[in-house]
Write a protein that binds this ligand. Structure first.
Ligand code: BV8
Length: 248
């Protein structure tokens, strides 16, 4: 696993405007399967089959069985050291935003408040008729597919599927934060899904230094000022330690 360069510790200490982008890799050490890893979620299923409006229109029961299974898997899991470290960062800087692609809610469980969820949240459901969004943490769901208690229409997961636009406000905030930061941390994403994957490039082209934390190389690696090869939880623990040491 990479050493933490002193220059990076200095940059984290000196920064005033910090933006963080996370993907499934930040939740891997909590036990949430990633999409593209060897036990990846997509291994058993393909995005076309399940994470699209067409799939839902064609077979809402199948799509809900997949989400109900994921909800059951995620429900007992806890934030790991990476979620916790990222949560501490928001108090450290006058300008901070966490942008997550994850729908598991673990950043919120770790205490993060200054965050936007680009792809929605698995613990929220949306009425396909009324458009109303509610939190629903029942595991397992009492019926599949779940129906709206008010109008009886189908409920859908309040997540962004392939081919669907991202929530305008969340995307706008994410773009703003990428354009106006001096340090941009990218943690645990394969950077293949757009428009989220364009954010590090936007930050770098606006003068930010990019830090990547990932056991593997990604399309972000070539533009990263520092690219730390390793697990997010382990590296963030060492970052927290190094920042503490430089305080003393
Ligand atoms: C849109 C929610 C337009 C649902 C998700 C061709 C070129 C470019 C773009 C496109 C194209 N064709 C189509 C598109 C657009 C498409 C897209 O980008 N497709 C890709 C596949 C090419 N994008 C969309 O459709 C988006 N919408 O463009 O709309 C539009 C505009 C107006 C009007 C109509 C339409 C919507 C995309 C959102 C899809 N929803 N999730 C659900 O979860 O069920 S995507 C899902 O996969 C995640 O949310 C995440 O965003 C994405 C990528 O996954 P990652 O988070 O990166 O996870 P992955 O497993 O891939 O990687 C894990 C990484 O962690 C790895 O690098 C691994 O090394 C690392 N790792 C592992 N362990 C650790 C670790 N890192 C650190 N520590 C560890 N321990």
């Amino acid at each position: 696993m990479s050493n933490i360069p002193k220059s990076l510790i200095e940059a984290i200490r000196q920064a005033e405007r910090v933006t963080v982008l996370t993907g499934a890799g930040v939740s891997a050490e909590s036990g949430v399967p990633t999409f593209r890893g060897k036990e990846g979620l997509w291994k058993k299923y393909s995005p076309q089959e399940l994470a699209t409006p067409q799939a839902f229109a064609q077979d809402p029961r199948l799509v809900w069985e997949w989400y109900d299974w994921r909800r059951g898997l995620i429900a007992p899991l806890k934030p790991n050291a990476a979620h916790k470290f990222i949560a501490t960062l928001e108090e450290r800087y006058p300008h901070f935003l966490l942008i997550t692609q994850n729908i598991d809610g673990l950043h919120q469980k770790a205490g993060s408040k200054k965050l936007v969820e680009l792809h929605g949240n698995i613990w929220k459901v949306r009425c396909t008729k009324e458009g109303t969004v509610e939190e629903d943490k029942r595991v397992p769901l009492p019926q599949i597919p779940p129906l709206c208690s008010r109008c009886g229409a189908l409920l859908r997961p309040h997540v962004v599927w392939f081919g669907e636009p991202l929530p305008t406000d969340a995307l706008h905030q994410a773009m703003e934060a990428a354009e106006n930061c001096d340090l941009f941390l990218v943690v645990g994403t394969s950077a293949v899904v757009y428009p989220a994957a364009s954010l590090p490039q936007i930050a770098q082209s606006h003068g930010a230094q990019v830090v990547e934390i990932n056991p593997e190389e990604t399309p972000i690696t070539p533009i990263a000022h520092w690219s730390l090869r390793g697990k997010a939880g382990e590296i963030c623990q060492r970052l927290a330690q190094a920042l503490q040491d430089t305080h003393s």
